[in-house]
Design a protein around this ligand. Structure first.
Ligand code: SF4
Length: 357
């Protein structure tokens, strides 16, 4: 039997690598981008999204057992390793807008105090679309409205802000020549008009640099995600991004940092796609030299995607790379806690942000 894991950070890392089984009464979310197919828990001060629905969960030593005094007993190989609490369902989930469209089909709780929405649930890359992305699977599930209007999102954001949610993640599928940015910016602008929430937008490098300016004019932070700095892996996993090439990403990151500031722009870097360790470290060095926070996270293979039969990378290897990369980020003076909005601020999907506090 393995030794119990009691360090909260190590426990979060383990849970995100191995997942956990949950009792049937806890409804796991199904579909959606980001923390899809899992639940959000609190381990002491740490917030974590944990896979609960993937195939590899059956092999996990972790199980959420029973509840007492408001917290849940988390066991590893049947021995208690921690008490954890679950994120509450927000009150706005019980509300609907006109036409009986539930708020929860427009935006979902993310982590501690964020909400998130995919404003356009489509992708024009076809056969070249990213293999780890669940946007199309999520659309098929019917759990989310495929296209949200700026007014709908502003209404939900207003209700969420009244409950204490402080930032919003707005992402989009690449839906056309403008990479979906015009609609994304309209949605962000509407949220900005109706709330004081900090706004995070995610988009691909557009052909027209003016679209970067448009997105930055209505947001506090941005993610322009390269996902892998291993050329062969990127070509296989995200061929449309590989075709754009790193130079194109470079220009987009540089322009976004000039508009939003150092540490307010990020790029996801996924561990577990088959990339070399060197590529991750070199990618981190490149990003921090531009003032971009490298958001390292373990692969979360999502049901309905081409990677659904994969596993997240092993926790020991992930921790080793996280620690090396965190030193690079800290040396550059970047901190997750300085980021105003989005995944870097939230940090529920990775322990990397906890290491770069
Ligand atoms: S880290 Fe990003 S995707 Fe994950 S829960 Fe937080 S905001 Fe959502």
């Amino acid at each position: 039997m393995s030794a119990p894991v009691t360090d909260p950070l190590r426990l979060k890392l383990d849970l995100q690598a191995l997942g956990m089984r949950i009792p049937p009464e806890i409804a796991a979310r199904a579909g959606g981008a980001g923390p899809a197919d899992g639940i959000t828990i609190f381990i002491g001060d740490l917030v974590a999204t944990v896979p609960t629905g993937a195939w590899y969960i059956d092999d996990s030593p972790y199980e959420l057992c029973d509840r007492s005094d408001g917290s849940w007993r988390l066991a590893r190989d049947d021995a208690e390793v921690a008490r954890v609490t679950l994120a509450d369902e927000p009150g706005f989930y019980r509300r609907s807008i006109a036409d009986n469209i539930p708020y929860r089909s427009l935006a979902l709780r993310h982590g501690r105090d964020a909400i998130g929405s995919t404003v356009a649930q489509g992708c024009s890359h076809g056969d070249l679309s990213c293999k780890f992305c669940a946007i199309s699977a999520s659309k098929r599930s019917g759990a989310t409205l495929a296209n949200k209007t700026p007014g709908q999102l502003a209404e939900v954001a207003e209700a969420a802000e009244a409950e204490g949610f402080s930032h919003i993640v707005l992402t989009t599928g690449s839906t056309g020549e403008d990479a979906g940015i015009t609609h994304l910016a309209a949605c962000a602008g509407a949220v900005r008009e109706r709330t004081s929430m900090k706004i995070h937008v995610q988009f691909e490098p557009p052909d027209d640099p003016a679209l970067i300016d448009l997105a930055a004019s209505v947001a506090d932070t941005a993610a322009i995600n390269m996902e892998s700095f291993d050329e062969a892996v990127l070509g296989n996993m995200a061929p449309s991004k590989a075709r754009k090439g790193v130079e194109r990403f470079n220009k987009t990151w540089t322009r976004a940092v000039s508009l939003l500031g150092r540490g307010q722009v990020t790029s996801f870097v996924i561990l577990g796609l088959g990339e070399s360790r060197r590529s991750i470290i070199d990618g981190c060095k490149l990003l921090v030299s531009l003032g971009v926070y490298p958001y390292l996270l373990p692969l979360r293979p999502l049901p309905g995607t081409p990677l659904e039969s994969w596993r997240p990378p092993p926790p020991d290897a992930t921790m080793e790379i996280f620690e090396s990369a965190a030193a690079i980020v800290m040396d550059a003076g970047l901190r997750a806690s300085s980021c105003l909005a989005g995944c870097v601020r939230c940090g529920a999907c990775t322990t990397f942000t906890d290491l770069t506090g």
